[in-house]
Design a binder for this molecule. Sequence first.
Ligand SMILES: [Zn+2]
Length: 205
Amino acid sequence: MKNCLQDKLYFCIMALNTQLQNRSNNVCEICSEKDDNLQAYAVPPKNDDTIDNVVALCSNCLGKITASDFTDSNYWRCLTGSIWSETPAVQALSYKLLGKLKAEEWASETLDSVFLDEAITDWANAEDEMAANKVVHKDSFGVELELGDTVILTQNLNVKGANFIAPKGTVVRKIRLVPDNAEQIEGKIEGDTIVILTKYVRKQA
Ligand SMILES: [Zn+2]
């Protein structure tokens, strides 16, 4: 299983494996066009090439999806067909794309007429929800912190459980952001990975 880096700027796109070639019959699973260069697209937030997570896409569909280009709404009428796929990944992607087009009557009617498992609609909505709830970590000066940053402690910290005090000025490299808590980061001090409150650090420029 391959994993891909995934955030707004990265998409998980891979060559088709045999399983996906068979499932898709070598046509795009969204628009049904034949394309010799179909790609496996992991429907976010899934980010690996497991067969259940990917959709075979033609270069047109893939290009528009990765560019979030829904201006040509007629192009996407193919979704009224693909939404009825029996493949969960295709259902999830179709549902998600129809959501982008729901200002169009045909798209909102299609969304109203399908009944999908909650797991599928949750999957389809997950990326937008994650973006809406994006947790932003900021240092004591309000500067945004990112994965891999180096920070400096702005005061002496008593490291719980480790029985030592990390002095003010301690440099902590390669921090990690605690995903669901904007006030916490993780970093290594004296070999121990500890949780540090963002209000006690300053990002090193
Ligand atoms: Zn296509």
